[in-house]
Structures are given as structure tokens and as C-alpha cells.
Design a protein around this ligand. Structure first.
Ligand SMILES: *[C@@H]1O[C@H](CO)[C@@H](O)[C@H](O)[C@H]1NC(C)=O
Ligand SMILES: *[C@@H]1O[C@H](CO)[C@@H](O)[C@H](O)[C@H]1NC(C)=O
Ligand SMILES: CC(=O)N[C@H]1CO[C@H](CO)[C@@H](O)[C@@H]1O
Length: 497
């Protein structure tokens, strides 16, 4: 009785082992098939790295305008880098072009001032005491214009005068220098705006409702001069503009003309504006350009920042006027930032970073604690220190074969590419809540000071609790779509060159 039992159970046992073996073979065959293509790629390192020509990272000297984003659209403005060959600034103001060290230092001043909106303790008076009103006057320290180098040209007044303005999603008030300046106007390329020769100019009076809106839009309560409303804005680097709050006709294109647009007619203007005639404020406050044109454009705009100063991008307004790349746009939700000091900035939820195909081990609570904004005027993306050190370690690992170069300002991971024609750099991808992942190309990863000093284009915040900033080097060439009405921010690759 026992023997047959044993043999039948051992038969069963063999049969099970046979089944398992067949399964294993089938499974491995299947994996073989599905993995084949990516295996080949990963053997070659293709999906985890970019091979870029060193020359392509360096700025060109001739202007090659991009045609993308310009087809059959009315309210599209050309975006140029202020100091590149596509800008008319380049002939007359070449000597004013900042050095890389200056750009990076100003960028840090801008980020410091964004952070100081929450920690206004930095506003300390000469006796070392906290100014009494410093907690209620933080806001506009948030924008340092020096680093925000992308400009568009708009028309102001009747007849309209062309003005080249720096556009800035990190501030709200639009302003330009106005003749006659009380202190000497700084040098700008366009003729200075003269309200006395415009038939559509009107002052805003001190007791009007719109005058009181300055407080939230600039961080400074309005002043009053012979019943005319006076605005003040200051920027993180000490730059300042003070003048009359006024109404004027602003013209983007022949079909897009806005009467009674509220702007700052700047009488005292000092700082690092470097030739641009002022600012176009694209923040979320009620005095921003986006809000004032909401009836026409529905709080919808997009831009593409050109990757080199020798090509052009675009800034377009309105849902119908989107760029060519807009079919491929992928969205994440705009986040409501918990800190009310940041309510006029564009919050997003950064959730992870991938380097060379490997997701960095950064706890999601790191990004939750800091919060993140996207800013057109910040150059280098700032990460919480914990996230930056993980990114730097993984990047350095992937760049082991290249000689290091000295750090410059806030950029601490630099390489000497001068003896290479092409270099292979690990891919970096940034993930946002809702499944949006941005695969950065070489221009979003490397900040090329020179061929012999090419740096990882990210930097660390001082404190994990400081807000992270998604900067404009990482936005280059994407069409960045702000659908404020629907609470969405989108990216499409290939927006411009
Ligand atoms: C605007 O107000 C200022 C200061 O009160 C005044 O000097 C200027 O003439 C006014 N301009 C117009 C057009 O009313
Ligand atoms: C970081 O910021 C938090 C909150 O503002 C503060 O308590 C902490 O001391 C800061 N840490 C450092 C290292 O400065
Ligand atoms: C727009 C424009 O005039 N760009 C010029 C800037 O300067 C370079 C050379 O320095 C010229 O080639 C561009 O035409």
C-alpha cells in the first residue's frame, strides 16, 4: 500500500517541477522579447545619457531666429535674450552685458528675496532692530530683475511707442521709465516713454479702488502726491522703481489693444535693469498683465525661452493662440501654496528626480516641506539641500570620466570639456505630480560658462524649508503653458530652438 503511494506522489512532484520549469522558460522568453529593444539601448547607454556636441552648448554669435510659435497667430510676441545677437541691445549696450558670475550672483539675490518674503527678518534697520512694518511689507522684494533677461516688445500710449520689457512671472506690476525722471533715468535702448505726448494717458487717483490694489501687487502700500496714486516696488538686489500709478493703452499686436491698462509710470528707477525699459508683470495678483487681460485671454498664456541667446522664442496669450508644439503638451496641477506671501507666484508639485535612468532616493516629504514654484526670471533651479546632494552625487558618478573644473558662484559641479568634441552626460528627468515627467536635454542640464568650465545647472537652497524654484535654464526650448483658469501648468518639448 505504501509503495504505490510514494511513487504516485513522486510522479506528482516531478510533474509540478516540470510545470514550473516550463513556466520559467516561457516567462524568460517573454521578458527576452519585451526587454530586447531596451536592453540594446541600455547596453549602448542611449536611454540613460545624452551625447552632445560641446560646441552646441556654447553661445553663437549670429542670430538665427526660430520660426516655431509664430505661425498664424495674432497675439504672439517674439522673445529674445537681452544680450544675444538677436537683441537690438547687442550693438549699443554690449559693454553692459553681465559676466556669468554677475548673472549667478544676481540670480542668488533674486532667490534670496523670494525666500525672504517668508522670513522678513532680513529687513533689519541700522540699529539692528527689526523694522516694525517689516512683516507686512515683504512681498515685492521677490523680484530681482537683473537676472530676468528675456524681453518682449510691446506698444504703449497713443500714438504707441515701442518698449522692450523684461517679462517676469515672479512679479505683478508692469512699469516703464517715464519722462521726466526725478532722478536721472537709467540708460535704456528705447526712447523713454513720455506721458505728456500720449492722448490716452491718465493718472490713477489716490482714493480709487485700484490704487489700494498696489499693496498686494507690490508689497508696498500706495502713497499719494497731489491726489495722484504713487507706487513703490523694490527688488532683491536693491533695484527700485517709484512713480505714478496710471492708465494707458497697451498694444501687443494690431488686433490686441487694451485701453485703460494699469501700469507704473516710473519716475525714480535705479538698479540692474540694464537697458530694458521696464517690466511686464505676469504674476497672479489682480494688477498683473494676466489678470488685467483676463476677459480677452482667459488667463491663458504660454512662452518658449530660446536655448541660446542667438535664437528667438515667443510669448503668446490666449487659448487659441498656442504654439505649434501645443498638441504634445502634458500638464500638472498648479499648486496652491500654503504660504500667503507666495500667493501671486505659480506653485507646482515637484515629486521626484531621475538621473541616468535611476530615480533618486529622495523622500517625497522633502519636496512637500519646501514647496516649489516655477519662475521665468530665476535662472538656475534651486532644490532643497537634501534633494540637491542626491542629484549631485548621482551626476558626479555619471561624469567620473571627465576632468573637473573650478566651481563658479552657486554652481559647484563643473567640468572641463575643452579637449572633447562630444561629451556624454547622464539624463536628468524631473517629475511632477500627476505623472508629468520632463526629460531635460543638454541645455537644461549643463550651464556652459566656457568649454573649460561647464557646470551642472542646479543649485541647493540653504535650508530644506526654503521654497524650491524651477528656473528658466530648465524651461528652455519647452513651450510652457500657463492655464491659470483651469489651474494647470503644461510643458511641450520642441517649442523653440
Ligand atoms: C499726473 O499726476 C502728476 C502728479 O500729480 C502730475 O504732475 C501730472 O501732470 C499728472 N498727469 C496728468 C496727465 O494728469
Ligand atoms: C531652517 O529653517 C527652519 C525654519 O525656518 C529653522 O527652524 C532652522 O533652524 C533652519 N535650519 C538651518 C540649518 O538654518
Ligand atoms: C539684431 C541685431 O542687430 N543683431 C546683431 C548683433 O550683433 C551681431 C554681431 O555683433 C550681429 O551679427 C547681429 O546682426
Amino acid at each position: 500500500m505504501e509503495t504505490p503511494n510514494i511513487s504516485s506522489s513522486s510522479f506528482l512532484w516531478y510533474f509540478i517541477r516540470f510545470l514550473v520549469l516550463v513556466c520559467l522558460i516561457l516567462c524568460s522568453l517573454e521578458t527576452c522579447f519585451t526587454l530586447e529593444e531596451s536592453d540594446v539601448k541600455s547596453h549602448l547607454g542611449l536611454e540613460y545619457s545624452h551625447t552632445v556636441q560641446v560646441k552646441s552648448l556654447l553661445p553663437a554669435t549670429t542670430c538665427s531666429p526660430s520660426t516655431q510659435g509664430h505661425d498664424k497667430k495674432a497675439s504672439v510676441l517674439k522673445v529674445v535674450h537681452k544680450h544675444g545677437p538677436c537683441s537690438h541691445f547687442n550693438q549699443s549696450h554690449k559693454e553692459n552685458a553681465p559676466t556669468h558670475t554677475q548673472i549667478l550672483e544676481q540670480d542668488q539675490a533674486r532667490v534670496n528675496s523670494i525666500h525672504s518674503r517668508r522670513n522678513p527678518k532680513k529687513a533689519i534697520d541700522r540699529r539692528g532692530q527689526r523694522q516694525r512694518d517689516s512683516t507686512t511689507v515683504p512681498a515685492l522684494s521677490g523680484s530681482t530683475v537683473g537676472a530676468a533677461d528675456y524681453i518682449v516688445t510691446v506698444g504703449l500710449g497713443t500714438p504707441k511707442k515701442q518698449l522692450s520689457l523684461t517679462f517676469d512671472t515672479g512679479s505683478d506690476l508692469t512699469w516703464t521709465q517715464c519722462r521726466p525722471c526725478i532722478r536721472p533715468c537709467y540708460k535704456q535702448v528705447d526712447p523713454i516713454f513720455d506721458p505728456s505726448v500720449s492722448s490716452s494717458y491718465a493718472n490713477v487717483s489716490c482714493n480709487s479702488v485700484v490704487c489700494s490694489q498696489l499693496k498686494s501687487g507690490t508689497g508696498y502700500a500706495p502713497a499719494c502726491a497731489t491726489s495722484t496714486c504713487v507706487y513703490t516696488t523694490t527688488y532683491g538686489d536693491g533695484s527700485i522703481s517709484v512713480g505714478f500709478f496710471a492708465k494707458e493703452t497697451i498694444t501687443l499686436t494690431s488686433t490686441d489693444v487694451f485701453d485703460g491698462f494699469l501700469f507704473g509710470c516710473g519716475k525714480v528707477n535705479q538698479g540692474l535693469f540694464r537697458g530694458s525699459a521696464g517690466l511686464l508683470g505676469l504674476g497672479r495678483d489682480s494688477i498683473s498683465f494676466v489678470e488685467q487681460t483676463a476677459a480677452k485671454y482667459g488667463r491663458f498664456f504660454s512662452y518658449c525661452l530660446p536655448s541660446t541667446s542667438s535664437s528667438t522664442g515667443f510669448l503668446s496669450f490666449g487659448r487659441e493662440k498656442r504654439g505649434r508644439a501645443s498638441k504634445g503638451v502634458k500638464f500638472t496641477r498648479l499648486a496652491t501654496l500654503p504660504q500667503k506671501e507666495y500667493s501671486s507666484l505659480y506653485g507646482i508639485n515637484l515629486v521626484g528626480i531621475t538621473v541616468g535612468g535611476r530615480k533618486l532616493p529622495i523622500s517625497t516629504s522633502v519636496f512637500k516641506t519646501s514647496g516649489t514654484i516655477i519662475d521665468s526670471g530665476t535662472v538656475i533651479t534651486r532644490l532643497p539641500p537634501q534633494a540637491y546632494s542626491a542629484l549631485r552625487a548621482a551626476f558626479q558618478q555619471g561624469m567620473k570620466s571627465y576632468p573637473r573644473a573650478p566651481a563658479i558662484s552657486i554652481l559647484d559641479t563643473c567640468y572641463d570639456f575643452s579637449s572633447y568634441e562630444t561629451v556624454t552626460i547622464p539624463k536628468i528627468a524631473i517629475s511632477f505630480k500627476g505623472g508629468l515627467t520632463l526629460d531635460l536635454d543638454g541645455t537644461g542640464i549643463i550651464y556652459p560658462v566656457t568649454a573649460s568650465q561647464a557646470c551642472l545647472a542646479f543649485a541647493a537652497n540653504k535650508n530644506d524649508s526654503d521654497i524650491a524654484v524651477f528656473g528658466n535654464v530648465q524651461q528652455l526650448k519647452f513651450e510652457v503653458v500657463y492655464d491659470v483658469d483651469k489651474g494647470k501648468l503644461g510643458f511641450a518639448s520642441g517649442g523653440c530652438l
